[in-house]
Design a protein around this ligand. Structure first.
Ligand SMILES: [Fe+2]
Length: 352
């Protein structure tokens, strides 16, 4: 029996991966990474692991990463450097160690013209695993058979991000540090673009190191020693309501409000308006008062923020321990943006 075109479309609509895999000029450039949501997928609870930051092994001169061919341009004095003339895929283990250190020092690196998106899932995972065991997100779209990928996808039919932010908002800014509710949240994090709008779809980043430094010594003293709760419950509820996956029960974790980077020793604020819900030991009003101040301080500090833009082949690497970021959904609904994150987990946050 031959299916009519409309029958084929009908069956494909029920299977988005098959739909995306159809060689269609209007489809995603990399259908393999179409977001996959299996409501039956389950992961065991996480266990504490020992973590040694690869940056601790790196030669501070970075001879394997910053070779004679490489040019670097700082985006702002406090955060971000654009790096050209190196392929992440060709770095030795020493080079990857140096990449961890350089990312910690600059907090965010933008690599242009990378072949990373074409390496295949196994090799991409192998590189990212150098930086820590990879997070498997408990609700986000992943790749069938590869739960280590977090897929960020939006096109005319699919805008999960807007769904999460809510439609009754004046803007879609949502500052966060990825999965900060995990007991061992991520460090060096990889994000590579597959399809991008001509203009727009940048990621905003801010330096939590500089945000901390801007506070008075007296105020810094009051923050150190405090702990805050980071919660995955809202994320879990969002997925549950959409009948999406809940691969693990949502966790709530206490982290120090000021954490120390294990390699550079720098102090950084570690709170964010998306996942941090309250200050441990404070009464409700006290907690709301302090968190409101900290969120305003971080997010209004345009002089310690940058935008990372995307072109074909761009890979952005950031240290989630020292930064916060937000997507910008400023491009037309009909335009596809497709990107993938690999999220190596790091140490239990070290209090200042
Ligand atoms: Fe994120």
């Amino acid at each position: 029996m031959t299916l009519s075109v409309s029958d084929q479309r009908g069956s494909l609509d029920k299977d988005p991966i098959a739909k995306a895999a159809v060689k269609d000029a209007n489809g995603p450039s990399y259908p393999f990474y179409y977001p996959y949501f299996d409501a039956e997928e389950k992961f065991p609870p996480k266990e504490i692991f020992e973590f040694i930051d690869p940056g601790s092994r790196a030669d501070p001169a970075k001879p394997h990463l910053l070779t004679a061919n490489v040019t670097t341009k700082d985006i702002s004095p406090y955060i971000g450097t654009e790096v050209t003339g190196v392929q992440i895929s060709e770095l030795s283990k020493d080079g990857l160690d140096e990449l961890a250190l350089y990312t910690a020092e600059r907090q965010l690196l933008i690599f242009r013209d990378q072949d990373f998106k074409d390496l295949g899932a196994d090799r991409q995972i192998e590189i990212a695993k150098h930086f820590g065991p990879l997070d498997r997100h408990f609700t986000a779209g992943n790749v069938k058979g590869y739960p280590e990928f977090v897929v960020v996808y939006r096109d005319a039919d699919d805008d999960r991000f807007r769904g999460f932010v809510g439609s009754n908002k004046t803007n879609g800014t949502k500052w966060h540090s990825d999965v900060s509710y995990e007991q061992q949240p991520p460090g060096t994090t990889f994000f590579f673009i597959l399809d991008q709008p001509e203009t727009g779809g940048d990621t905003l980043f801010l330096s939590q190191v500089e945000a901390y430094k801007r506070l008075s010594p007296e105020f810094q003293k009051r923050l150190e020693g405090l702990r805050a709760v980071h919660s995955a419950v809202q994320y879990g509820e969002f997925s549950r309501k959409r009948r999406g996956p809940l691969r693990r029960e949502p966790v709530e974790t206490e982290h120090p409000l000021v954490r120390v980077h294990p390699v550079t020793g720098e102090k950084a604020l570690y709170v964010n308006p998306t996942f941090t819900t309250r200050i441990v030991g404070y009464k409700d009003e006290e907690s709301e008062y302090l968190l409101k101040f900290l969120f305003d301080h971080m997010t209004k500090g345009a002089d310690f923020q940058i935008r990372a833009s995307y072109r074909p082949g761009t890979v952005v690497v950031w240290d989630n321990r020292l930064t916060a970021h937000s997507a910008t959904g400023d491009f037309d609904n009909s335009i596809r943006r497709h990107a993938v994150r690999l999220t190596p987990l790091a140490e239990v946050p070290i209090p200042a």
